[in-house]
Ligand binder design. Sequence first.
Ligand code: SF4
Length: 65
Amino acid sequence: MKINVDQDACCGAGQCVLLAPEVFGQDDDDRVILLDERPGPELDFAVQEAVSMCPTGVIWVDQNA
Ligand code: SF4
């Protein structure tokens, strides 16, 4: 499993950071930073929540990577 983000399309809402702070951070412009592109299975639920809650849909998970 590999997490991907499109930082250029991020609107900086920060939902992902609230839901999975181990995986997502924000830069000085509030745009998403991927802290861990391959988190452990204990974070699967939090990552899926972040994917579904991201208002711009710029987080996706590649299950085969
Ligand atoms: S939830 Fe989506 S739009 Fe908001 S900071 Fe995270 S990646 Fe960016």
